[in-house]
Design a protein around this ligand. Sequence first.
Ligand SMILES: *Cc1c(COP(=O)(O)O)cnc(C)c1O
Length: 389
Amino acid sequence: MSTSVMANYGRFDLTFARGEGSYLFTADGERYLDLGCGIGVTSLGHAHPHVVAALEGQAKELWHVSNLYHIPPQARLAEQLTAASFADRVLFCNSGAEAMEASLKLARIYQTSRGAPGRYRTITFRNAFHGRTLATIAAGGQAKHLKGFEPAVDAFDQVDLNDLAAARAAVGDETAAILVEPVQGEGGVYPADDAFLQGLRALCDEAGLVLIFDEVQCGVGRTGRLFAHEWAGVTPDVMAVAKALGNGFPIGACLAREEVAAAMVPGSHGTTFGGNPLACAVGNAVLDVVLAEGFLDQVRETGARLTERLTAMAGNKSVYTGVRGRGLMLGLECVVPNMELLGALREQKVLALPADGNVLRMLPPLTIGEAEIDEACDALERACSQVGS
Ligand SMILES: *Cc1c(COP(=O)(O)O)cnc(C)c1O
């Protein structure tokens, strides 16, 4: 442990030297099955050959040029994303929080461009997580993230997830947008109801609001669809994506439909690194894999198999009572403290994640195989018998 690094993280006493597929290896060769993927980042597993080849190939050609110039890998990534989604235009950045900031700024400048500059507030939902910048901690509204960083940016009004009447009641003259994670991640793996998302769409259409989906965690194949909102059959006006888009190479993106995107003009917004050739070459390679025929079908099948086994194992109820989520974004509703179960699982050489509300979260590689799922579940069974009563 280095005392030269700021202490803003609590860390487990584990160090990895190498990763391959679903596994991480310590320097002395101990192998861990990785059901966290960073935090939903290395969704294609570690050192995926197609992604490594794309990175190496681009690294030999050109790492970086400014957005003062045309960037072909960036254009190609934007074309891949728009061809596969509701969006017509993409703005690239380097992280989830930046993709959120761009989305929130876009909602404001769009309202200004249509003659409603007084519309600047955004409705968000309890247990949300949108990042750790000043605006996004205010959007998330969680006391533990705001503590010590007050005053909070005063631009958000928060109501309960899946409470459409409350969202409707929160709309005022100053409301610009509604922001929701189709599946909340950090907040405890809570899926928004399909009918709720459909209701938000209708509400936004009625009131002239921008509907923003934060798919930073649930997007890019995680739920068995390219984007989680596809399950509900609704589309947003704006969407933030990041985590899995670069499989570990930092990249974020704000996607929007044309009418809204048109509010961004030269000089409106910018970032030095956003959309550089190296990041976009990696993003393109990730999408090549995720969009390949049959890949998402496989994710849905694997997700169903894992959910079934986890649900069956909840049987005795003394460790966890149930499983929620979608595809390969799953949360175990723990009875024992989630960190205790996580620790016991770690002793079995399996890594998972906590989430709020005493949840053990699993974001396994989308490429995880049947034998690895069995290995994970067998390890969880042993961990459960260790911590259970
Ligand atoms: C991780 C996350 C973010 C923030 O992304 P960073 O890359 O950490 O800035 C925003 N929204 C959601 C839903 C996330 O899971």
